[in-house]
Ligand binder design. Structure first.
Ligand code: MN
Length: 197
């Protein structure tokens, strides 16, 4: 069983103008695909061959000698999760269970949006902004490089990729503008709610 590159859950031009087809062509078709190709090469012939992606991540996270395996496996997982966090005509204030949790934790959707954008803006260098469940607590976090909530005992609910490859073709250095556009127009709250279940 090889690790697979999942199809995008929408057409490549569906997130335009906030994320262009050109960005998705490179981000999914080149960057994400390269992580998939790398992990399959790295586990070939090892005890990790045939394991699930989550098992590969859990195993390699504890072993400094397997940093390359961890980085590629976690990047595959993070990207597959990120695509599902986006949808055309998404974003804005949520509904359902996550709306109530956001209001009780952060005070309001606007306060949440400000803090989530701030996490993505202040992640120095490459990484990810997250909304997670830590036990029963809703938290905003950020992780560097390939690091992922899976290995910190947290349940991922929502992420935005803040590696430069996620936004540079559309926004150049303006990471805050990319974060605002995604938060206001693309977050798939139905997916976030489904992660609470
Ligand atoms: Mn990426």
């Amino acid at each position: 069983m090889a690790v697979n590159l999942p199809d995008l859950p929408y057409a490549k031009d569906a997130l335009s103008p906030y994320i262009s087809a050109n960005t998705l062509e490179f981000h999914h078709g080149k960057h994400h695909k390269t992580y998939v190709d790398n992990i399959n090469k790295l586990i070939d012939g090892t005890d990790l061959e045939g394991k699930t992606l989550e098992e590969i991540i859990a195993n390699s996270a504890k072993d400094p000698a397997r940093a390359g395996i961890f980085n590629n496996a976690a990047q595959v997982w993070n990207h597959s999760f990120y695509w599902k966090c986006l949808k055309p005509k998404g974003g804005g204030a949520p509904t359902g269970e996550i709306a109530a949790k956001i209001n009780s934790t952060f005070g309001s959707y606007d306060k949440f949006a400000e803090e989530f954008k701030n996490a993505g803006t202040t992640q120095f260098g490459s990484g990810w902004a997250w909304l997670v469940l830590d036990g029963n607590d809703l938290k905003i976090t950020k992780t560097p490089n390939a690091d992922t909530p899976l290995v910190h005992g947290q349940k991922a609910l929502l992420t935005i990729d803040v590696w430069e490859h996620a936004y540079y073709l559309d926004y150049q250095n303006r990471r805050p503008d990319y974060l605002t556009a995604v938060i206001q127009n693309l977050i798939n709250w139905d997916f976030v709610n489904s992660n609470l279940g």
